[in-house]
Design a protein around this ligand. Structure first.
Ligand code: 13P
Length: 342
């Protein structure tokens, strides 16, 4: 019933030079980031922070969509305009986080399964009515001694596909996000091998459950050595290995891959995306763009620091990172741009 709308939304989400702002931090995550900066962890502060982000002048030139959290999609600006309307007016599609977080997987120390499937059909219907047109579900895969297990990959892929099927039935274009964490000391090669297995398992499950690939977006992590690995990789190596992995495993019918930043510094996340597009753009069947949380928001949140008088400066920080990542999505980012834009 929604096929055309779902496909059009997917295409718009990864339109050339556009990417997605992930602003769907749950209460816990948002409060943790606020606490680190000494910002009060109240509902009003979370609302004021999101208002700062969503009303930043000009961001509609770079963001196709913004992912919201349940609390946020129900909130408005101080003058009473719903956030969904603020975004739509700026030409940005509102999206919604549907998962309820990664919880310990039974009998699997160190591994998690993402929850949130119960009652999901009704939640999707409610969010659609509120104006959401796409959604996100994040599965979390940890690399460690003897993990990830096959069982963990299968269970998470199964849940991702069940979520994606419900989204397509209910009119929300699903972002399918299997994140392989950077935590640990694993090598680039091990990261590649795990990403390869994860993506294979996910697309097998999407096929089994009848997901229309032209009506979804993949949100992958990049193939990067563990943050504690003694052998870090060059920007070009990360670009090459990530693109190789995606080419092996992501069907051409998928309109685009929008990466998460996963704890990379904001400049590195931009440089990696840029290298992939600068080196390979013309040879790829799908768009490669960004769906960053931390790598888009870090500088803006620090500058804002909970103070009204910092709103304009913080919005400028967000605008810079949005602009640089938009350039990276086209393979046109230059690190010198960072120095010029102050
Ligand atoms: P990061 O870019 O901070 O990893 O967040 C993206 C996201 O949406 C994780 O689910």
């Amino acid at each position: 019933m929604y096929e055309q709308e779902l496909a059009a939304t997917a295409k718009a989400m990864v339109a050339p030079g556009k990417g997605i702002l992930a602003a769907d931090e749950s209460y816990g995550t948002a409060n943790k980031r606020f606490e680190q900066l000494g910002i009060p962890t109240t509902e009003e502060m979370r609302r004021a922070y999101r208002e700062m982000l969503f009303t930043a002048p000009g961001i509609g030139d770079f963001f196709s969509g913004v992912i919201l959290f349940d609390e946020t999609i129900r909130q408005s600006t101080k003058d009473g305009t719903p956030f969904t309307k603020v975004l739509s007016n700026a030409g940005i599609i509102p999206g919604i986080k549907l998962d309820e977080g990664a919880k310990p997987l039974a009998k699997a120390p160190g591994e998690t399964v993402t929850e949130g499937l119960d009652g999901l059909r009704d939640r999707i219907a409610e969010y659609y009515k509120m104006g959401a047109r796409f959604a996100k579900w994040r599965a979390v895969i940890t690399i460690g001694d003897g993990i990830p297990s096959n069982r963990c990959l299968k269970i998470n892929a199964h849940a991702l596909a069940r979520y994606a099927a419900l989204c397509q039935e209910g009119g929300l274009t699903p972002i399918v996000e299997p994140e392989v964490l950077m935590d640990g000391d694993h090598t680039l090669e091990r990261s590649y091998a795990v990403h390869d297995e994860v993506l294979k398992t996910v697309f097998d499950e999407l096929y089994i459950q009848g997901i229309e690939l032209d009506q979804m977006i993949l949100k992958p992590s990049m193939v990067i050595p563990g943050e504690k690995s003694l052998q870090q990789a060059s920007v070009e190596d990360v670009a090459r290995w990530t693109v190789k992995c995606l080419r092996e495993r992501v069907p051409a019918a998928v309109p685009g891959c929008a990466f998460l930043s996963g704890g990379q510094s904001d400049e590195l996340a931009t440089a990696h995306l840029n290298a992939m597009n600068a080196l390979f753009k013309d040879q790829l069947p799908w768009q490669l763009t960004f769906s960053y949380g931390r790598a888009l928001q870090q500088a803006a949140m620090q500058t804002w620091n909970g103070q009204d008088e910092n709103v304009a400066a913080a919005q400028k920080e967000l605008h810079h990172r949005a602009q640089f990542n938009s350039a990276a999505a086209l393979g046109q980012y230059q690190p010198e741009m960072e120095k010029i834009a102050v």
